[in-house]
Design a binder for this molecule. Structure first.
Ligand SMILES: Cc1cc2nc3c(=O)[nH]c(=O)nc-3n(C[C@H](O)[C@H](O)[C@H](O)COP(=O)(O)OP(=O)(O)OC[C@H]3O[C@@H](n4cnc5c(N)ncnc54)[C@H](O)[C@@H]3O)c2cc1C
Length: 499
């Protein structure tokens, strides 16, 4: 039986971070990836590559993370303080203080060192100019806390990390999925059964890091844990995250932990394919709803589109769409805001309708024109009349420009929808990743049903539960993958040394 010090299961961001850390700490490392090489990178590949981490502004972030910025570029950037308290508040606000306190601080306080560590391992970063900033008086004003992305987005991130693990001497096997953990009489994990192109095989390992994603790609598990209808949702990323790592660990007595009925999901173009598209990537998402209104197929608004910055509402609204007739939501904009819609609205694979009047738009959309007209008339009448002229309207902040008197008010950025031609974009729910998973301790070791570590078994990434509950602040998924992947890799290497 081939034996490695550490076997890492999966080859997304969490796994590659674990592999780098284990190798850096002297372990021989094998990475197992169920997908073929042309589908590499897991969900991490489909991301924008956006990371949320602690910094106090552009001068601080430029010292050791944004090291490629010129002075001239730096002068053009206004990056708000995002220190540990801001990060904590963002996480606790969206999770309603249900995020595990210890894990939250480990993520927050580990975030900056992990970014610097990635940078030292050849991952390059730049500000997210396109999606997370507005130009005001010639300067890029960033907002929302996830402002830095890997060069080349998620695809670039995965390529840079794969190059680094190869350079460091880790082995990798594609088209080889782990199927079962092998455990000794003393409960230690001693190896893993895999299914590769040649069939089943047993591989020995002194320690194993599970980092093979959640169960978002598995319709049977989605229904079982997320609930009725979730089997019909689209999947935004990889088709390979079938909950294998979670199942393998539960099979040997691991403790389920966190929000098993919760997931990250967003408004996603209704014509998108069942799983992610490696060309379109995350551009099926439609995240400019704060600049317009959202209605269901009855022509009724159903959320406060301006409740908060997009980074703090897009997940919650993804779930809200599931509750609407035929899991459908239509975003409507007029000429005042169409020019500022995000780039994802201008891809050719978009389900878009344009019309000169609301009644014509409703006819195009095959929804009741009277209902839609009445919703928009009521909305327009409830908007303040001069928010733009007075300068109060400001898309870069929570501007407090609110409707009043509606059953569901729009509490920021409330401009009337009255300048034709109007545009409508039809969306449904796209699942990103699931929140429930395994319980780890402060070394990344997987806990069993008696709250003891399973010797030699570590976990990181999406398949760890406890951090994200009901919602998630954008940019924390990759950051958690690196923080906890690095921790798991270091601990696995240390364990292997003593095993
Ligand atoms: C469209 C989209 C956009 C996103 N944008 C962002 C963003 O900008 N910022 C952010 O922080 N987060 C973002 N996310 C969330 C982010 O993708 C995840 O939080 C993160 O990538 C999870 O990393 P991971 O390594 O745990 O999982 P993955 O990257 O999914 O890696 C898991 C890997 O395990 C493999 N695998 C599965 N089963 C097995 C098995 N049995 N054996 C071996 N291998 C197996 C899979 O093939 C996969 O390659 C986005 C997600 C999507 C889908």
């Amino acid at each position: 039986m081939t034996t490695y010090d550490v076997i890492v299961v999966g080859a997304g961001n969490a796994a590659l971070s674990a592999a780098m850390a284990a190798r850096e700490n002297g372990a021989s490392v094998l990475i197992l990836e169920k997908a073929a090489e042309d589908e590499k990178g897991g969900n991490s590949y489909f991301t924008a590559g956006g990371f949320r981490f602690c910094h106090t502004g552009i001068d601080d972030a430029a010292t050791d993370v944004l090291t490629d910025l010129s002075d001239a570029e730096r002068d053009q950037i206004i990056l708000p303080n995002h220190d540990r308290n801001v990060f904590y508040d963002a996480l606790m606000k969206v999770t309603h203080h249900q995020s595990d306190e210890d894990m939250a601080w480990r993520l927050i306080d580990g975030s900056r060192p992990a970014m610097v560590w990635l940078r030292q391992h050849g991952v390059r970063f730049l500000p997210m100019f396109g999606r997370q900033s507005f130009v005001v008086d010639g300067k890029h004003h960033f907002y929302g806390g996830v402002n830095i992305e890997a060069v080349g987005g998620g695809a670039g991130l995965v390529e840079m990390e794969l190059a680094e693990v190869a350079r460091m001497g880790c082995d990798i096997r594609y088209s080889t999925g782990a199927t079962q953990l092998i455990q000794g009489q003393d409960r230690s994990v001693t190896g893993i059964t895999v299914r590769g192109p040649g069939g089943y095989e047993e591989l020995g390992a002194k320690a194993i890091v599970l980092a093979c994603g959640g169960f978002e790609s598995n319709p049977e598990m989605r229904v079982r844990y997320l609930g009725h209808g979730w089997d019909l949702a689209r999947v935004r990323g990889t088709r390979h995250n079938m909950g294998d790592g979670i199942r393998m660990a539960l099979d040997i007595g691991a403790r389920p932990f966190g929000n098993w009925s919760g997931c990250h999901s967003v408004g996603w173009d209704i014509s998108a394919p069942p799983y992610g598209d490696r060309e379109v990537l995350d551009n099926f998402q439609k995240h400019s709803y704060p600049w317009g209104i959202m209605v269901n197929l009855r022509g009724e608004r159903f959320v406060d589109e301006g409740e908060d910055l997009r980074n703090h509402t897009y997940v919650k609204f993804g779930r809200e769409i599931m509750g609407q007739p035929f899991r459908t939501a239509i975003q409507i904009f007029d000429q005042k805001t169409i020019p500022v819609l995000r780039d994802e609205y201008r891809i050719k694979q978009v389900t878009k309708y344009t019309a000169g009047s609301i009644e014509e738009l409703a006819a195009e959309l095959e929804i009741d024109p009277t209902a839609l007209k009445s919703t928009i008339d009521d909305f327009n009448a409830a908007c303040p009349s001069d928010a733009r002229q007075s300068g109060q309207y400001n898309p870069a902040i929570l501007d407090g420009v609110t409707t009043s008197g509606l059953e569901i008010d729009k509490t920021n950025w409330a401009l009337p929808i009255d300048e034709p031609p109007f545009e409508a974009y039809v969306t449904t729910t796209g699942v990103t990743f699931t929140f429930g998973g395994l319980k780890i301790d402060d070394t990344g070791a997987v806990q069993d049903l008696s709250d003891r570590s399973i010797p030699g078994l570590y976990a990181a990434g999406e398949l760890v539960g406890g951090l994200f509950v009901e919602n998630y602040p954008g940019g924390s998924g990759l950051m958690a993958g690196t923080v906890f992947g690095k921790l798991a890799g270091e601990s696995a290497a240390a364990f292997a040394e003593t095993a």
